[in-house]
Ligand binder design. Structure first.
Ligand code: C2E
Ligand code: MG
Ligand code: MG
Ligand code: MG
Length: 283
């Protein structure tokens, strides 16, 4: 569908290239406006257990429908981080995620929800309190909303990030390390984080089937993560062969276009209904 074509992208705006241009200022004010007017959207992508074949959770991913052809989701986030909009944006994403999760439960689906968090959020002193209040407002049980943070972003401010993640984790929010293996990593630092899950970056996963070197790297990563007590998710799984390889390697979960690209709420509901896997149903 056209949504999926859009997912795979076109000629995108790059905010970093022209930080002071009039275009950028217009875009920032448009984004602020979109946030205030509820013109942003969340798409959802399932996470599947390779052990049980069940969908175990959904990742919420930001979309700007009016700008879908020109501003990529990670560029929305960069723009927001550069202009102080990231805190209201994350709060909107969180509230929206919990609200979508409630609607899913009304349709009989009880699924965990993963939300991407920016390092800026961890610098807000009242962020953990905001999260706790939101969770109690939505009657969200501990362990059902996971925060994804990238290893690279934590390294900008390691001590503060560690403190903030500890307090979120203590409040019942599982922490997932996103894009693992994509950049510089400090294993001794990561080991200190209160994380329960590691997501192996797409760049290591996408060539698994065609290049045997990647199999060695991914197998070693999975084994190491298991030894350290983490659940392992492979990102960007696009074909059956890769999924089979990952299953044989002992990987716990997969995400990727093989299952589906991220979808709007109603389409996700249809996808869940149509998907062959046996879901955990309520009641
Ligand atoms: P991420 O958290 O690592 O999300 C995975 C990205 O990979 C998503 O891109 C998803 O659409 C894409 N993807 C999933 N499966 C496949 C696949 O099989 N093949 C390929 N080629 N791509 C796949 P998306 O939605 O464009 O998001 C990009 C990044 O932007 C995210 O990476 C995350 O770092 C950031 N992001 C998205 N939404 C939010 C948000 O609400 N808050 C924050 N702070 N960051 C967000
Ligand atoms: Mg993520
Ligand atoms: Mg990722
Ligand atoms: Mg990423």
């Amino acid at each position: 569908s056209s949504d999926h074509a859009r997912e795979r992208g076109m000629a995108y705006y790059k905010p970093s290239r022209d930080s002071y241009s009039a275009d950028r200022l217009t875009l920032v004010s448009e984004l602020r406006h979109a946030l205030q007017n509820n013109d942003l959207a969340l798409f959802l992508q399932p996470k599947l257990s390779l052990k049980t074949g069940q969908v175990v959770g959904l990742e919420a991913l930001i979309r700007w429908p009016e700008r879908a052809q020109t501003v990529r989701p990670d560029e929305i986030v960069i723009l927001a981080e550069q202009t102080g909009l990231i805190n209201p944006l994350t709060r909107w994403v969180l509230e929206q995620s919990l609200s979508l999760r409630t609607r899913l439960m009304e349709h009989g689906w009880e699924l965990g929800m993963s939300v991407n968090i920016s390092p800026n959020n961890l610098r807000e002193p009242d962020f953990p309190l905001f999260v706790q209040r939101l969770m109690s407002r939505f009657h969200t049980h501990e362990g059902t909303v996971t925060f994804e943070v990238t290893e690279t972003s934590m390294m900008q401010d390691p001590a503060n990030s560690l403190t903030a993640l500890n307090s979120l984790s203590a409040a019942g929010i599982p922490i997932s390390i996103d894009d693992f293996g994509s950049g510089y990593s400090s294993l001794s630092y990561i080991k200190q984080l209160p994380a329960s899950e590691i997501k192996i970056d797409r760049s290591l996963v996408s060539d698994l089937a065609s290049q045997s070197e990647y199999r060695v790297i991914v197998q070693t990563t999975i084994d190491m993560c298991h030894s350290l007590g983490y659940q392992v998710v492979a990102e960007g799984v696009e074909d059956e062969i890769t999924a089979e390889l990952l299953r044989d390697m002992g990987c716990d979960m997969i995400q990727g276009y093989l299952l589906t690209p991220p979808l709007p709420f109603d389409e996700m509901l249809d996808w869940l209904r149509d998907s062959g896997s046996q879901q955990r149903m309520l009641g």
